[in-house]
Design a protein around this ligand. Structure first.
Ligand code: ITT
Length: 196
């Protein structure tokens, strides 16, 4: 059995392969290089389903999508679904991170709460769909720190840690993250739907 990962973000592909491979023996997880749909949903759930449906329709295979982002309490949950393009359409991760730090420049430590969110969606060509949500709570640091991971990891201090998400080893991030928490829930649904 094959499933396709409905993302064009190579960092997500790498993390998802590491998360899924040991949990889905016998299922081949393929990267997707088909057309990218317009992500015009108004929530993580809508956007995850848009991506999964498009890849399932294009490939004829079951497709898995991840829509994710950083949600900052003092900004009312923004950047949220706009995380990839927070500083503009170029999807410049460094510019996104710098803009967020600038927006929080005067916010004291005890008001810098945030969480990463991930909606993991599965779409099967027969029209069956499932989605689940994972969250990773923490706070936004004043300065970037660390080289691992991607996106906002250098400025995210996960609850229970004294180092940023970009200073965690990939193994620890892939056990703790919003992505891990979402896909842990999706795996049994994938097994149930694709076992026959
Ligand atoms: P696809 O739509 O092709 O999957 P994308 O990167 O555009 O790729 P999203 O629309 O879901 O995907 O945006 C996710 C953004 O949220 C991502 O580009 C980062 O800026 C941020 N993000 C999500 N998960 C993250 C993580 O684990 N670490 C750091 N930043 C993350």
């Amino acid at each position: 059995m094959q499933v396709v990962l409905a993302t064009h973000n190579p960092h997500k592909v790498e993390e998802l392969r590491r998360i899924l491979a040991p949990r889905l023996p016998g299922i081949e997880v393929l990267a997707y290089d088909g057309p990218e749909p317009v992500e015009d949903g108004t929530s993580f759930v809508e956007n995850a389903l848009i991506k999964a449906r498009a890849a399932a329709a294009h490939t004829g295979l079951p497709a898995i999508a991840d829509d994710s982002g950083i949600c900052v309490d003092v900004l009312g949950g923004s950047p949220g679904i706009f995380s990839a393009r927070w500083a503009g359409p170029a999807r410049d991760a460094e510019a996104n991170l710098r803009l967020l730090l600038w927006q929080l420049a005067d916010v004291p430590d005890d008001h810098r709460g945030a969480h990463f969110a991930c909606v993991a969606a599965l779409a099967v060509p027969d029209g069956t769909e499932r989605h689940v949500t994972g969250e990773w709570p923490g706070q936004i640091l004043a300065e970037p720190s660390g080289e691992q991971g991607f996106g906002y990891d250098p400025i995210f201090l996960p609850d229970g840690y004294a180092i940023s998400a970009a200073e965690l080893t990939p193994n620890v991030k892939n056990e703790q993250s919003h992505r891990a928490r979402a896909f842990e829930q999706l795996v049994p649904l994938i097994r149930e739907l694709l076992s026959d």
